[in-house]
Design a protein around this ligand. Sequence first.
Ligand code: SF4
Ligand code: SF4
Length: 89
Amino acid sequence: MLSKKTKVKYTEKKKKSKYPMVSFQIFDKWCKRCGICVDLCIHNVFMVDEDGYPRAVKPVECNVCGFCITRCPDFALRILERGEKNAQG
Ligand code: SF4
Ligand code: SF4
């Protein structure tokens, strides 16, 4: 057991992005769940949800390279500008 002096508090510091913070709009109706956007993103911004749809779980890592939106065959993905609201609600 650790003494009081050696106890360390593990608190994850809020990660600061070196890129502009973005958010994503994913049109599930158009998305065919091919996973291209998930596989292409080298920053692992997306994860697949239980239904197979991509979800932006780490938008703070996005460098806005645009690969995901330009390679989506169904135009089902877009990057929202700062302050822009997700039209899907
Ligand atoms: S814009 Fe680039 S970094 Fe951002 S989620 Fe898409 S592929 Fe990843
Ligand atoms: S690339 Fe487009 S169609 Fe494929 S999973 Fe991503 S959003 Fe859906």
